[in-house]
Design a protein around this ligand. Sequence first.
Ligand code: SAT
Ligand code: MN
Length: 590
Amino acid sequence: MVTALEEWVTQQAELTQPDKIYWCDGSDEEAKRLIEIGIKEETINGEPVFRKLNDTRWPNAFYHRTDPTDVARTEHLTFICHSKKEVAGPNNNWMHPDEAKAKLTELSRGCMKGRTMYVIPYMMGHPDSPYAKANVQLTDSAYVAINMRIMTRMGTEALKRIGTSSTFFRGLHSIGDLSPDHRLIMHFPEEGLVWSIGSGYGGNALLGKKCFSLRMASWEGKQEGWLAEHMLIMGIQSPTGETTYIAAALPSACGKTNLAMLESALPGYKIWTIGDDIAWLNVGPDGRLWAINPEAGFFGVAPGTSLKTNPNMLKTLHGTKFFPTIYTNTAIDLDKNEPWWEGLDGERPDNLLDWQGKVFDPATGTKAAHPNSRFTASIYNCPILSHEYDNPKGVPISAILFGGRRAKLVPLVMESFDWNHGVFLGARMGSETTAAATGAQGVIRRDPMAMLPFCGYNMGDYFGHWFDVGSKLTNPPKVFSVNWFRVDENAKFMWPGFGDNIRVIKWMIDRIAGKVGAKETPTGLVPNINEMHLEGLNIDHSTMEKLLDVSMHEWEGEVADIKAYLDQFGEHMPQAMWDEYQKLADAVGK
Ligand code: SAT
Ligand code: MN
């Protein structure tokens, strides 16, 4: 009997016309073979797909360079193709599914000629988890296949879960001709399909990640009563041995991966990593919120990763257990044949190839590694991987953190009054641009729950879903906002950050355990300074006061900006959000 999966693969092969079809089993031998194929057979822009790096210090390391026009997600070419435009909402690009299919079909006809189609069955989540999903991606890139093997649980287990069913999620990917004019990343929520052509990079091509586990899954979660979120998951073990689990959403460039792998500055506190990017949150039978990380690897930004900023990531990259680790668009130290990037420990090597394969000349003032260059590494190489990572039930979440980069206004840490107020804190999340980056200092880019590019449906309805999920939780997590980036009169950061962030987390854990009080402000609850553990930190009382200050007269502009942001969702915005907004507006006398 021909299964629904086999039939679908045949149909896609008729359209894309690959020379060969290869079904991936996810084994180690296969991974080695795929790397070999990438070294010896497949090419991209006339170069081999993979270059073997010296693996004395960087075990199992392989290098890949993408097309220079294809180095990041392309949000303007990313669409939600639901038959009703309103479902996509003002936060998404939209195209009618019929029009989108017509365009994609045209671009895809014969696009795999001369290439191999890899059939990749994969699980997001542990195969035994009730919260896991079984998917299939087709791709014509060995690079994508090997990345999917690192980032997901790929192979036979997923195939077993799918069996003869026709309800698996489908992803069709081809690098096409790599021309930006022929590039589209399209989501069809009504048929569980993602169709992507023209890019071989990251979130455009590894369809299990942002496309499926956030955009498609957020929509799926809305129907089924759960949340797919852009959040890290970590456990914090206290000196007395108990572990508290938290999930945190931070926009890019706010240190999400570093927080997930924090090296505690407080003796006796130990961090266990569960995930650094995506959390699926379900209401458990006990009325608590339970989290799994659907992924199985890290697709992390290389520049800035060092022993100072993230020692555990360096150990992960130097780990040996899981084959292989991929470096994409970093520089190469030619003398050692090792990966290199700006911010890595030690001196810059003399002899570098830059991310475009050219001899690097520092006099030009350019970067050797692309700022969005990445490593792909298995989570099983992480030295502080939580023992609960593979628990099919996930972990119970005691706190949700919403972070942002705010020079002023927003205190170092603040607890919400309740769940609904917490949803409001998440919805008004934003980060300030810096003068160096944009020329316009202090412009706030709102990025609710850090989900703006990833919410697969109307964000007004998404907020409504957050309120609904809260109403089902009899024992909801506490919700906090954090801001590591507040500055003083001289524009200097007041909080040391990194390993000392554990001091803020400790306060949260003490709040959860009912061990410490809090000071009520109109925007939320802030710590009493004497109840924070600040020993060993060179910070004076007045700086702490400034870090935790809430001065309502400064909030007028903020309140107006929040209103303008929320207004765009029109009648999709739930009343509960306006109720929360009004409490804040009243506090500033608006
Ligand atoms: O390219 S990815 O979407 O996988 C990573 C990112 O941009 O956050
Ligand atoms: Mn991310």
